[in-house]
Ligand binder design. Structure first.
Ligand code: ATP
Ligand code: MG
Length: 436
């Protein structure tokens, strides 16, 4: 992308309405635009990050054996009457009436719809287990939408739903998702803490929230310090095993909500911190399958009500959560896997023929190597260019200036550490091509 043509409305001033750093930086970096309370348009820079995060979520779901589909945002009220949740859901549900006076709603979650789809097509235990997911916009009419996309009303969620013949199968599906979540967040540069949780309105008896630590988080966390230092995934087994040992070992590490906090059981090294909930998984048995009649023929021909679980990741909340976890006074510091661009080339003097040639050449070569690269070819002061690159958080920043080019060198800066190195154009190209 050429920055001179890129729709990137950055701002220097700190927006007064934003209370937390991620919200301020997302506005300043031109990532989002609020269109109504808790509802946002994703501008090109923000949209790129949202897509990167979605893709990591997708890849880890696929690896764990889930299959992607896409359900609509608008649902019929009748479907929710079948489970009994239409009345129960209350004011958080956005209710809509169509031109034929039919009651509709903008989905806050999809248990009812997926159960309906499942029961229409799956009739035999031979087709189990099944795990289906989608990445789709949700609407919850939050009483107090705040902190930008962190607590929005319309937000992007990955939600999936597992169907098994019995409790043992359902628990295996649960463990797979537990592991997939750890992998998903780790790939985004986040250390997620799994916390035993209440199941709340979704119901059921086994549930974990995944929390990442941040001072601005809305949840209080008590966690064994050992968890934070542990490289859990280094020992993680494959999805073909029953994962029991893994699960037993790592969920026993003390991590609990405030209500569940038992001082007697607390280890010496307890961290009390604030955190952001980025994921939540539930095993809830037959809560939806029983009232909605999701029944298959079991091995002996008798009808079996399927056992279900549901699993959510706040995809749009993650954009803000990652910024809360990774920024400094100059702006965002994107972990490379979710960065909107991996490399930025800063052409210091656009009217200098050498600078234009070298930066244009680097840009073309990196692009054809599959590197996400941004070329700053704007007619701006160097200071403004550097400030923008730091604000939008590009992990690798390559400065091409007339003075360096006299001796054939460019300067490579790593955003995360601020470390700068001079190297030849060829060496820079080789190093950055490897990041594609
Ligand atoms: P919270 O406790 O934060 O209100 P929740 O428990 O109601 O969330 P779930 O139903 O578990 O949310 O939804 C799955 C995930 O979707 C959450 O873990 C969170 O990351 C995300 N999420 C939920 N509500 C919002 C929201 N209003 N804005 C952005 N993301 C949200
Ligand atoms: Mg939750």
């Amino acid at each position: 992308m050429r920055m001179s043509q890129f729709f990137l409305p950055t701002m220097k001033e700190t927006p007064a309405e934003a209370q937390i750093v991620s919200h301020r930086l997302m506005l300043r970096a031109g990532m989002i635009r609020q269109t109504s309370a808790g509802i946002y348009a994703w501008l090109p820079l923000g949209w790129r990050v949202l897509q990167k995060i979605s893709q990591i979520v997708r890849e880890e779901q696929d690896a764990a054996g889930a299959q992607e589909l896409l359900m609509p945002t608008i649902q019929s009220a009748d479907l929710w009457r079948e489970s009994g949740r239409y009345e129960a859901y209350g004011k958080e549900m956005l209710r809509i009436t169509d031109r034929h006076e039919r009651e509709m709603l903008y989905g806050p979650t999809n248990e009812e719809m997926i159960t309906d789809i499942f029961k229409t097509f799956v009739k035999s235990y031979k087709d189990l287990p099944r795990n289906l997911y989608h990445i789709q916009w949700k609407f919850r009419d939050e009483i107090r939408p705040r902190f930008g996309v962190m607590r929005g009303r319309e937000f992007l969620m990955k939600d999936n739903y597992s169907f098994d013949l019995d409790r043992e199968g359902a628990e295996l599906s649960y463990r797979k998702m537990f592991l997939a979540y750890l992998r998903t967040f780790a790939r985004m540069g986040l250390k997620a803490i799994p916390m035993r949780a209440d199941t709340g309105p979704i119901g059921g008896d086994l549930s974990h929230e995944f929390i990442i630590l941040a001072e601005t988080g809305e949840s209080q966390v008590f966690c064994d310090k050992a968890w934070l230092d542990l490289d859990v995934l280094a020992e993680a087994p494959g999805y073909d095993s029953d994962l029991k040992d893994f699960f037993a070992k790592y969920t026993n590490i003390y991590a609990a909500t405030e209500e569940m906090h038992d001082a007697a059981k607390a280890p010496a090294d307890l961290v009390t911190a604030r955190g952001i909930e980025v994921g939540h998984i539930f095993y809830f048995g037959t809560k939806y399958s029983a009232p909605m009649g999701a029944v298959v023929a079991g091995p002996d021909g008798s009808p079996v009500t399927v056992e279900m679980g549901s699993y959510g990741i706040g995809v749009s909340r993650l954009v803000a959560a990652i910024i809360e976890a990774s920024h400094d006074e100059h702006g965002i510091i994107w972990p490379e896997p979710v960065a909107p661009f991996t490399v930025a080339i800063v052409n210091l003097k656009i009217d200098d023929a050498d600078c234009a040639r070298v930066s244009g050449d680097l840009y073309a070569k990196l692009q054809s190597a599959g590197v996400d690269v941004l070329l700053d070819d704007r007619d701006e002061r160097p200071g403004a260019k550097f400030a923008d690159m730091d604000l939008i958080g590009v992990p690798w920043q390559l400065t091409v200036g007339p003075r360096g080019l006299k001796t054939g060198v460019v300067e490579l800066k790593r955003r995360a550490t601020g470390e700068k190195r001079e190297l030849s154009v060829e060496a820079a190209l080789a190093e950055l091509t490897a990041r594609g």
